[in-house]
Ligand binder design. Structure first.
Ligand SMILES: NC(=O)C1=CN([C@@H]2O[C@H](COP(=O)(O)OP(=O)(O)OC[C@H]3O[C@@H](n4cnc5c(N)ncnc54)[C@H](OP(=O)(O)O)[C@@H]3O)[C@@H](O)[C@H]2O)C=CC1
Ligand SMILES: N[C@@H](CC=O)C(=O)O
Ligand code: NA
Length: 383
């Protein structure tokens, strides 16, 4: 093992995980690629350890993984193995969690406490209980491990780093608001367009079919109900709120995203469906309900957009479906999976600082993950 390389451990090789491996192996400029060695990768059943580091393409890596025997181990045993692997080489291992597993998130304090750096697009650890959140950062402070999570909000868009910069330079956050879900942005940008209508329908494509398209494009959570019920937006608001000093120790978000008043768009009859594909299959039964809401908004000269709002001064925080006039920027300037996030601060007011761009999709999410990995390599590897 070269001491000049960060030893990368990748858990989760689905849409995002595969892209992360692809970018590390094939997309990085040579001087940055040479700072990483992917030595371990795994999904929920198999794992592959390559001490010398993977070479070739992401497809080669996944093909090698698929040929390994199922390990049959519990998750905590797998994590124990990783901790053993990293022992003796403190500060040179990076764990990349590309799952959306709460069980994996619950083990971050163990990993980070062992001095293993962590990068993830998974929102689970940072948006659930305040205790887990505190445990992760306490462990990181003690072990000097670095924890970065840019891709948890706005995928690769610089949302976390911008908020960090605003806060670290002493600005005061007055309001954060925006369209924070790539899936819901895609859905409503397609479904609810700023076009005056005199007809009874405002769109030809049913709501359920657009959701299917979002899933096929890789924008949705593994279970699309987690997008449609607003919990993905509530989790992102929680992640941002916890970064703001006046809210970080308040009881406001003790239960994480569950503490955020959130409007669910999931029809009551579909609430308990555990399987994402079943959910998508049954959604067409409710297309007429969505069409009615959309038509009513259009008749009022408005579109529907699902937004998140956070006002640290009053503690007001909320995720829900709102109406915006046709000429509002949320109505007229978004397309595809765009997120748009506006930060109103003491310095950035009355005009807010606005960030916009694709907020979901494997490539842009992996970019956020890999950019974080590069930051860590730049900090921990000798020049
Ligand atoms: N898609 C997007 O646009 C964005 C996604 N994200 C986040 O990125 C993460 C990954 O999303 P995505 O790639 O779409 O998800 P996928 O469902 O495509 O992939 C998930 C991967 O995680 C593995 N996995 C799940 N549970 C476990 C477990 N307990 N132990 C080990 N491996 C496990 C799965 O393995 P197996 O196949 O064996 O189950 C699979 O390899 C999620 O947290 C998501 O919220 C963040 C921003 C944007
Ligand atoms: N499902 C999420 C993915 C990114 O966090 C979204 O649609 O925004
Ligand atoms: Na981001």
């Amino acid at each position: 093992m070269s001491s000049q390389k960060l030893q990368v451990l990748v858990l989760g090789v689905g849409l995002v995980g595969k892209q992360v491996i692809h970018q590390l192996l094939s997309d990085l400029p040579t001087h940055l690629a040479s700072q990483f060695s992917i030595v371990w990768l795994a999904n929920s059943k198999q794992r592959l350890h390559v001490a010398a580091g993977l070479t070739g393409t992401a497809e080669d890596a996944l093909s090698q993984l698929s040929k390994t025997e199922p390990h049959g181990l519990s998750l905590s045993k797998v994590i124990e193995e990783i901790v053993e692997l990293a022992e003796g080489s403190r500060g040179k291992y990076l764990f990349v969690d590309n799952t959306s597993s709460q069980d994996v998130a619950n083990l971050y304090p163990t990993l980070v406490g062992a001095g293993i750096h962590l990068v993830t697009p998974s929102k689970k650890a940072f948006s659930s209980s305040a205790t887990l959140y505190a445990d992760i950062f306490r462990a990181a402070t003690q072990s000097k491990a670095i924890v970065l999570r840019e891709a948890t909000v706005g995928a690769g868009l610089p949302i976390i780093s911008t908020l960090d910069d605003l806060i670290n330079t002493g600005d005061t956050i007055l309001k954060i608001e925006g369209v924070l879900s790539g899936t819901l942005s895609f859905l409503f940008n397609e479904y609810s367009q700023p076009k005056p209508t005199t007809t009874t329908t405002t769109t030809t494509t049913p709501f359920s079919q657009i959701l299917r398209g979002a899933k096929e494009a890789g924008y949705t959570e593994p279970h699309p109900g987690d997008d449609l019920n607003g919990s993905d937006v509530a989790r992102k608001l929680t992640i941002l709120a916890r970064m703001i000093p006046s809210l970080s120790n308040s009881d406001l978000l003790k239960e994480g995203f569950l503490s955020v008043p959130t409007q669910s768009l999931v029809p009551a009859a579909l609430q308990d469906i555990q399987d994402g594909s079943d959910f998508v299959q049954k959604l067409p039964d409710f297309d007429a309900d969505f069409a009615k809401q959309n038509k009513e908004a259009a008749q009022a000269g408005c579109v529907l957009r699902y937004v998140g709002v956070l006002d640290p001064q009053s503690g007001h925080i909320k995720a829900g479906l709102e109406r915006y006039p046709f000429d509002h920027p949320f109505a007229s300037s978004l397309s595809g999976s765009d997120n748009i996030i506006s930060f109103t601060t003491k310095r950035y007011s009355p005009n807010p600082l606005i960030i916009q761009g694709a907020g979901a999709g494997a490539a842009v999410t992996a970019m956020g993950v890999v950019a974080n990995a590069i930051k860590i390599a730049q900090i921990v590897l000798p020049l």
